[in-house]
Design a protein around this ligand. Structure first.
Ligand code: NAI
Length: 327
């Protein structure tokens, strides 16, 4: 049998944590035969709740689950981590100033980056889910100089999955029949879900793309604002679908993508005119444990403007955290 894989999950006692941990332990991440040791990080006030979740994990008698350890110290939690899900954060609350939002997250993701740098395994793969996810990932990466920046990613897979679901509903097909959808940019309302290259059962979708009202006034805002719609309906933010997307992201990263590409927020190398040094969503494949940007896609004027606008927002966020000394 393979050696156990150490998976650290921060924000383990939260909503996403509650959905995510059971999927990981059940084998959805690395298969039922790969033993996983969970390392849960929480703030001290939530350690007791994390202990309750650990009791339920224990009671599930998962064949793939090894040990479960709970920490309130990031240095200990990231010791030996092969995979890290950074879920706990300070998301924007109503009326919160951007400076307060960014500085609170700098206080979380800076030390977590340092702790990863100090103790994570050489092959560590990091997915930031906690918002503002792309900039939080940038902060963590900038505090981990010994870990390649390519190992720090942020989650736009939920946006990608939402785009697949919306297109499938419009096209009257199953999500599994859709390919070549991209979410570009920031995990925010400036994100650009792009259907330009999309196929249904291998065929392009010119009639759907010709319906500009649907694409621009229905599809794009529905995907970009889906988080708010879920909150309005459920009275709580999307947790199970976020956890499912986090599993999809890390499973594909470890085991390889199966479609033509997916969407992953990774460190920009300047591809598609997106400035280097921001963590932005691109069309990506995962091969041998590395994300690769799918190059050479044609970008029309509409897409160009949308990609540029979201990249500009990420540059703005980077400038703000740089000015605050957080990166
Ligand atoms: P939640 O509030 O239920 O749970 C967050 C947990 O993180 C809490 O238990 C809290 O104690 C913990 N936490 C806070 N600071 C921490 C720290 N420094 N170290 C360790 N744990 C810490 O929130 P929920 O619903 O689980 O969402 C978590 C994050 O995921 C939020 O920032 C949310 O905005 C984000 N999110 C991102 C999505 C994406 O697509 N990228 C989709 C949905 C949510």
């Amino acid at each position: 049998a393979n050696a156990p894989v150490n998976v650290t999950v921060t924000g383990a006692a939260g909503n996403i944590g509650y959905a995510l941990l059971f999927r990981i332990a059940s084998g959805a991440l690395l298969g039922p035969d790969q033993r996983i040791n969970l390392r849960l990080l929480e703030i001290p006030q939530a350690v007791k709740a994390a202990e309750g979740t650990a009791m339920e994990l224990f009671d599930s008698a998962f064949p793939a689950l090894g040990t479960v350890d709970i920490f309130d110290d990031p240095v200990q939690a990231f010791e030996g981590a092969n995979i890290a899900f950074l879920v706990g954060s300070m998301p924007r609350k109503a009326g919160m100033e951007r400076a307060d939002l960014l500085s609170a997250n700098g206080g979380i993701f800076g030390p977590q980056g340092e702790a990863l740098n100090a103790g994570a395994a050489d092959d560590v793969k990091v997915l930031v889910v906690g918002n503002p996810a792309n900039t939080n990932a940038l902060i963590a990466a900038s505090h981990a100089p010994d870990i390649p920046a390519s190992r720090f990613t942020a989650m736009t897979r939920l946006d990608h999955n939402r785009a697949l679901a919306q297109l499938a509903a419009r096209a009257g097909c199953h999500v599994s029949e859709i390919d070549k959808v991209t979410v570009w940019g920031n995990h925010s309302t400036t994100q650009y879900p792009d259907l330009t290259h999309a196929t249904v059962n291998g065929a392009p979708i010119p009639e759907i793309l010709a319906d500009r009202t649907w694409v621009e006034e229905d599809f794009i805002p529905t995907v970009a604002k889906r988080g708010a719609a879920i909150i309005a309906a459920r009275g709580a933010s999307s947790a199970a679908s976020a956890a499912s997307a986090a599993i999809d992201h890390v499973r594909d990263w470890c085991q390889g993508t199966t479609s033509s590409w997916t969407s992953s927020s990774i460190m920009s190398d300047g591809s598609y005119g997106v400035a280097e040094g921001i963590i932005s969503s691109f069309p990506c494949t995962a091969v041998d444990g590395e994300w690769k940007i799918v190059e050479g896609l044609e970008i029309d004027d509409f897409s160009r403007a949308k990609i540029d606008a979201s990249a500009a927002e990420l540059l703005d966020e980077r400038a703000a955290v740089a000015e605050m000394g957080l990166i």
